[in-house]
Design a protein around this ligand. Structure first.
Ligand SMILES: *Cc1c(COP(=O)(O)O)cnc(C)c1O
Length: 420
C-alpha cells in the first residue's frame, strides 16, 4: 500500500473495505442507470445540434439567444416533456418552485399537497405560516393537504380529496427532503397521477429536487404536468453555479415563463451573460454526478450500519433521491460526524463546524459543507438538527472517491473520540 494520506485507522478502513465488497452489485445497478441516462442526455444534445456558438453570451434583453432557446429543448427531450425553461435567473429550488406555483395558480384556486407537509422553505411561499407578505395565500390561493399514512401517500384519501371539490393543482414532493419518510419512485408518482386524472381535472406538479436522474425516467414520463428543480442539486451536475428548471406541458411552461419575466415577454428575454456553457455542461455531467452521489449515499449507509447505526434508506433499499440519513443517537456523534466530514472537504477543510441557532429551527443545527459552489448540495454536505432522533442528513459527492474519503473521515472522527 502507498501513502495513507488521511491516517485512516484499521477499524474504519476494514469496515469501508467490507462495505465496498458488499456493494458491488448495487454499484453495478447504479452504473447501469447512469449509462442509460448519459446516453439519453447525449442523444438530446446531438438531436438538437448543440454547438459551440450557443455558449456565446447575450446582454441586455437577451433577445434571440440561441443558447437559451436550445437548452430548453434539450432539457425537455431529456425528461420527455413538451417544453422546459432552464435558467440561471432562477435563484434556487424554492424560487423555481414558487415561480411555477405563481405561474399556474389564480385567486380562488385550490392547491392540494398530497405528500404531507412540504419542504420547509415552501411554507412561506404557500403562506402556511400566515404572514401577509405576498404568499400564495395572500393572493387568494387556498391550500389543502393530504397527510401521509404510514409514511406513504394515502391513495384512498387522495382519491377522496380530489373528487370532493374542484382542485386546480395537486402537488407532490418526490424527495424525502429532511424528513424520514422514503422518497417516491416515478412509479409511485404515476399511481398518484392516475388517481388524480381519473377523478378530477387537476394539474399535477412534482417538486423534483434531489430526484433527477436517480431513475431512468422522470415524473413527466408518468403523467406529471410540471416538474421543477434546482441546478445546484442533481440537474446542474455540480457544474452550474446557480439556476433552476421547470419542464412539462407547453401551456403551463408558457404561463410560468410569464411569471419568471412578465406577461407578454415570457421566455423571449433573459440575458445569459455567459452562463450557457456551464448550464449545458452541468446537464451533460448530471447523470454521472448523480450516480456518484448515490454511490456515496449507499456507501454511507453500509459503513454506518457496520458500526451499528440505523439508516434510512438502508444500504439495501432502493433510492429515488440522493439523500441519506443516519441515526447517530446523540449529540456527540452528530458533531463528530460533521466535523470529520468537513475535514475532508476540498474547500474549507480547516473550518470546524459548530452547532448554531439557525433561523427557522427550534433546535441548534450543525452542518458540514466545503463546496466549490456556495450551498450546493450536489457536493458532499451534511446537516443535523441537535434533537431527537439525532439524525444526520447527508447528500452529494461530486465524485465517489473524494466523497467516500469524506465519509470515512466522518467515521474516523467518531473513532478518534471513542464513539465507535
Ligand atoms: C432543496 C429542496 C427544495 C428547495 O430548494 P433550495 O434550492 O434549497 O431553495 C425544495 N424541495 C426539496 C425536496 C428540496 O430538496
Amino acid at each position: 500500500m502507498q501513502q495513507n494520506f488521511f491516517n485512516i485507522s484499521e477499524k474504519v478502513q476494514s469496515a469501508a473495505d467490507k462495505a465496498m465488497e458488499s456493494l458491488k452489485g448495487r454499484f453495478a445497478e447504479v452504473d447501469e442507470i447512469t449509462e442509460y441516462n448519459q446516453q439519453k442526455v447525449l442523444s438530446a444534445f446531438i438531436k438538437n445540434n448543440v454547438s459551440e456558438s450557443m455558449f456565446q453570451e447575450s446582454t441586455g434583453y437577451g433577445y434571440g439567444d440561441r443558447g437559451r432557446e436550445v437548452i430548453d429543448k434539450v432539457f425537455a427531450d431529456i425528461v420527455g416533456a413538451e417544453d422546459a425553461l432552464v435558467r440561471h435567473n432562477f435563484t434556487c429550488g424554492t424560487h423555481t418552485l414558487a415561480v411555477a406555483l405563481y405561474g399556474m395558480l389564480r385567486p380562488g384556486d385550490v392547491m392540494l399537497c398530497v405528500t404531507g407537509t412540504p419542504y420547509d422553505t415552501i411554507h412561506s411561499v404557500i403562506g402556511i405560516d400566515g404572514k401577509g407578505d405576498g404568499s400564495l395565500a395572500d393572493f387568494g390561493v387556498i391550500y389543502k393537504q393530504v397527510d401521509l399514512k404510514d409514511n406513504k401517500p394515502d391513495l384512498e384519501a387522495i382519491k377522496e380529496a380530489v373528487s370532493g371539490e374542484k382542485i386546480k393543482l395537486v402537488y407532490i414532493q418526490r424527495s424525502r427532503g429532511y424528513s424520514l419518510r422514503p422518497s417516491l419512485s416515478c412509479e409511485q408518482i404515476g399511481e398518484i397521477v392516475k388517481i388524480v386524472k381519473e377523478n378530477s381535472d387537476a394539474d399535477v406538479m412534482v417538486d423534483n429536487c434531489y430526484g433527477e436522474f436517480t431513475q431512468t425516467i422522470e415524473p413527466t414520463q408518468v403523467g406529471a404536468d410540471i416538474i421543477a428543480g434546482s441546478l445546484i442539486k442533481n440537474a446542474g451536475g455540480g457544474i452550474a453555479r446557480t439556476g433552476g428548471y421547470v419542464a412539462g406541458r407547453a401551456d403551463l411552461v408558457e404561463k410560468i415563463s410569464y411569471r419568471l419575466t412578465t406577461p407578454g415577454l415570457g421566455r423571449e428575454v433573459g440575458a445569459t451573460l455567459g452562463m450557457s456553457r456551464e448550464l449545458y455542461m452541468g446537464i451533460f455531467f448530471a447523470p454521472h454526478t448523480v450516480g456518484e452521489a448515490i454511490k456515496t449515499a449507499i456507501f454511507t449507509a453500509s459503513l454506518f450500519e457496520r458500526f451499528g447505526f440505523g439508516t434510512t434508506p438502508k444500504s439495501t433499499e432502493p433510492r429515488f433521491d440522493i439523500v441519506q440519513s443516519v441515526l447517530l443517537n446523540n449529540e456527540e456523534n452528530l458533531i463528530a460526524f460533521c466535523q470529520g466530514m468537513q475535514s475532508g472537504a476540498p474547500i474549507d477543510s480547516f473550518v470546524t463546524p459548530e452547532p448554531w441557532d439557525m433561523p427557522g429551527y427550534d433546535s441548534k443545527v450543525i452542518m458540514a459543507a466545503g463546496a466549490f459552489t456556495g450551498g450546493a448540495s450536489i457536493e458532499l454536505s451534511a446537516d443535523a438538527p441537535l434533537r431527537e432522533p439525532f439524525a444526520v442528513w447527508m447528500q452529494g459527492g461530486l465524485n465517489f472517491h473524494s466523497a467516500k474519503t469524506g465519509i470515512m473521515l466522518a467515521a474516523e472522527k467518531m473513532a478518534e473520540r471513542g464513539l465507535i
